[in-house]
Design a protein around this ligand. Structure first.
Ligand code: PAF
Length: 285
């Protein structure tokens, strides 16, 4: 597995792979890799000749009071996991390589898809994500890029700018990977104490209850949201950031679920903010 640390190195690698006629799959990550990331890597491995993973904790997508400094950084352990897939190359730049002095260009997805759900709570977050993902796609010359459904709004935003900017990359959304107790895999789960980890299972439980009620024929949005809220409120360590339900993938408000929809939640367990979701009304692609 090649380790690429500079813009020049990844550009040269991608150029050589393209010249050899290879298709390139990109899996952008911020490291602290878990089974969810490895599932993305395996999806890329199946579809593409060459798999490039990026491990970069992107400063521009964190707000001033968020966990940029504390975000787990475990590059050696990450490399060991990536080698098991196996991945062909990992891009691991320093922040100054991606954002050198004088850097002043950003990709800003306007419109309401970046203003709701996590966008309402984390101003500037999707601008940072769109900027770094555009740079990573450009550097890696990716034909395919892979993202997890846990960040479903992120996928919606990425698909939007890929279409708007006519980028020639296909965006793959891979289903959520969960622990046995239902907790969605996340690098931030590492912040949780044992008691908090147990408490955090309330997120997936609340979504499962709503999904089961929907499957039994309840399509009223407010009633489905109430099932989630009521379940979350049974957990003393949980405090709700949002419980919302929108059409998917256009994220428009609904009164009834008569089409594919995203039921999404953000919940603080102690100090740790976790997100989870379920897609109602058919398989998402
Ligand atoms: O989902 C993430 O881990 C990040 O938002 C991403 C896509 C790697 C961009 O920094």
């Amino acid at each position: 597995m090649k380790i690429l640390r500079t813009v020049k190195e990844i550009q040269a690698y991608a150029k050589a792979m393209k010249a050899a006629g290879k298709t390139i799959g990109l899996v952008p990550t911020m490291g602290a890799l878990h089974e969810g990331h490895l599932t993305l890597m395996r999806a890329a491995r199946e579809k593409c000749d060459i798999v490039i993973a990026s491990v970069f904790v992107n400063p521009t997508q964190f707000g001033p009071n968020e966990d940029y400094a504390a975000y787990p950084r475990r590059f050696e352990a990450d490399c060991e996991k990536l080698a098991t897939v196996p991945v062909d190359a990992v891009f691991h730049p320093e922040p100054a390589e991606m954002y050198p002095d004088g850097y002043c260009t950003y990709v800003n997805v306007e419109g309401d898809i970046t203003k709701k759900l996590c966008g309402a709570q984390r101003p500037g977050h999707f601008r940072g994500v769109a900027t770094v993902v555009t740079k990573l796609m450009n550097l890696s010359r990716a034909d395919e890029a892979f993202f997890g459904q846990k960040d479903a709004q992120q996928v919606v935003v990425i698909r939007r700018f890929v279409e708007d900017l006519n980028l020639n990359v296909h965006i793959n959304m891979v289903p959520i990977v969960r622990e046995e107790n239902g907790l969605a895999r996340s690098s931030r789960n590492q912040y949780l104490s044992a008691a908090e980890k147990e408490a955090a299972t309330v997120l997936s439980r609340s979504l499962r209850r709503a999904a089961a009620t929907y499957a039994r024929g309840e399509h009223d949005v407010e009633k489905l949201k109430l099932i989630v809220t009521d379940t979350l409120e049974t957990e003393p360590l949980a405090s709700i950031d949002y419980v919302d339900l929108f059409s998917f993938p256009d994220l428009q408000p609904l009164q009834r679920v008569e089409q594919q929809s995203l039921l999404a939640i953000a919940v603080r367990i102690g100090e740790t903010r976790l997100i989870d979701n379920v897609i109602l009304g058919g398989e998402a692609m």
